[in-house]
Design a protein around this ligand. Structure first.
Ligand code: A8S
Length: 242
């Protein structure tokens, strides 16, 4: 039964969850995709991180600070500060969905730091590689961020990021859902994150998707690391107290 679940059965569940909860209206100039992560931690732990609209820095490796004015409710807006070195400094994001029963979270980027747009023009001549080589850059980017160390990120990779995609994070919205599953006989969590975003002028849908996916993969990897650490703490705590 479990063997079946880890094969074909699981994939069908993912498709079913995506069909049910990850519906985006996609216009012609937009790209959209969804990513999946299996986490060895119970749903309540993962959900508590995903749902905290006011504290994305609990798991998102690029966020340094976040401020929400007023109560936390649908329509709340957060001002997110992004770590230095990245091609943005702030992002303004609106809470669109928060369903504690079904474990559905949704947000939309409504504004942010548009210094990037200027950079696109300014940095064109500085950029050593073009968008065609973006995927190469991203492989390096993903791996370095994967081990949570930004210090060796070469300056020119930022410039490429600015140059190619981040100049235009327009009409970005995302949905995250979390679902219980059994992994290695223990309570685990299936996380699905989907997004839609405008394809900037001068980029293809594939480039844009690949780029955003690389960022989301970093977020999901980090969500997994933090959740699994918390799960181990939860399990060992009674022993610590003895
Ligand atoms: C999220 C998803 C994304 C965040 C992107 C894609 C962003 O926070 C980062 C760099 C940017 O240049 C754009 O759920 C922006 O956080 C990491 C500031 C929006």
């Amino acid at each position: 039964m479990i063997a079946m679940m880890s094969g074909y059965g699981c994939i069908k569940m993912e498709d079913e969850y995506i069909r049910r909860h990850h519906r985006h209206e996609i216009r012609d100039n937009q790209c959209s995709s969804s990513l999946v992560k299996h986490i060895k931690a119970p749903v309540h732990l993962v959900w508590s991180l995903v749902r905290s609209f006011d504290q994305p820095q609990k798991y998102k490796p690029f966020v340094s600070r976040c401020i929400v004015q007023g109560d936390l409710e649908i329509g709340s807006v957060r001002e997110v500060n992004v770590k230095s070195g990245l091609p943005a400094t702030t992002s303004t994001e609106r809470l669109e969905l928060l369903d504690d029963e079904e474990h559905i979270f949704g947000m939309r980027i409504v504004g942010g730091d548009h210094r990037l747009k200027l950079n696109k023009a300014n940095y064109t001549s500085l950029a050593t590689t073009s968008c065609n080589e973006l995927s190469m850059e991203l492989v390096g980017f993903g791996l370095i961020v994967g081990v949570m160390d930004y210090s060796n990120l070469a300056h020119h990779s930022y410039i490429n990021l600015v140059h190619c995609s981040f100049s235009n994070m327009q009409n970005y919205s995302s949905i995250v859902t979390v679902h219980p599953e059994i992994i290695d006989g223990r309570p685990g969590t299936l996380v699905i994150e989907s997004f839609v975003v405008d394809v900037p002028d001068g980029n293809t849908k594939d480039e844009t998707c690949y780029f955003v996916e690389a960022l989301i993969k970093c977020n999901l990897k980090s969500l997994s690391d933090v959740s699994e650490r918390l799960a181990i703490q939860d399990r060992t705590e009674p022993i610590d107290r003895m």
